[in-house]
Design a protein around this ligand. Structure first.
Ligand code: 5GP
Length: 115
């Protein structure tokens, strides 16, 4: 069940995490295994398994997801050095938790193309 994923439990406070941002619709917390000096995960409280499952009804939520990420990037002081947003979709892309999440990565140079 989408409501039973690790991130749904983190969003509900049933599993501890280090909070970075919280409002009625979103929760953001530090990644347990950071891939960069700053690595924050932003999740909608609504349990959408992956980005390709989002529908027209989620258009506002997806826009707000990016604006919340922008807030966090500014709050974390990432604007000057640059930062990257990543959404992995499906196992082939490296998605391991099936509750939509956006990675905010910064604090080091980012390579392109990504691995
Ligand atoms: P994905 O690979 O699905 O795009 O990203 C999942 C992310 O969740 C990974 O970067 C992983 O390190 C992080 N993660 C997995 N389990 C936990 C946890 O229990 N707590 C936190 N804070 N992050 C987690």
């Amino acid at each position: 069940m989408a409501e039973d994923t690790l991130f749904a439990k983190i969003a509900r406070g049933e599993i501890p995490s280090e909070p970075v941002y919280s409002d009625d619709e979103f929760y953001a917390f530090r990644d347990i295994n950071p891939a960069a000096p700053t690595h924050v995960l932003v999740i909608p409280r609504k349990p959408i398994p992956k980005i390709s499952d989002a529908t027209e009804a989620d258009a506002m939520l997806l826009g707000k997801l990016l604006l919340v990420a922008n807030k966090i990037a500014a709050q974390e002081g990432l604007e000057e050095g640059g930062f990257r947003y990543v959404i992995n979709c499906g196992e082939g892309a490296g998605q391991t938790v099936f509750h939509l999440h956006l990675h905010v990565l910064g604090g080091r140079p980012m390579l392109w193309p990504p691995g």
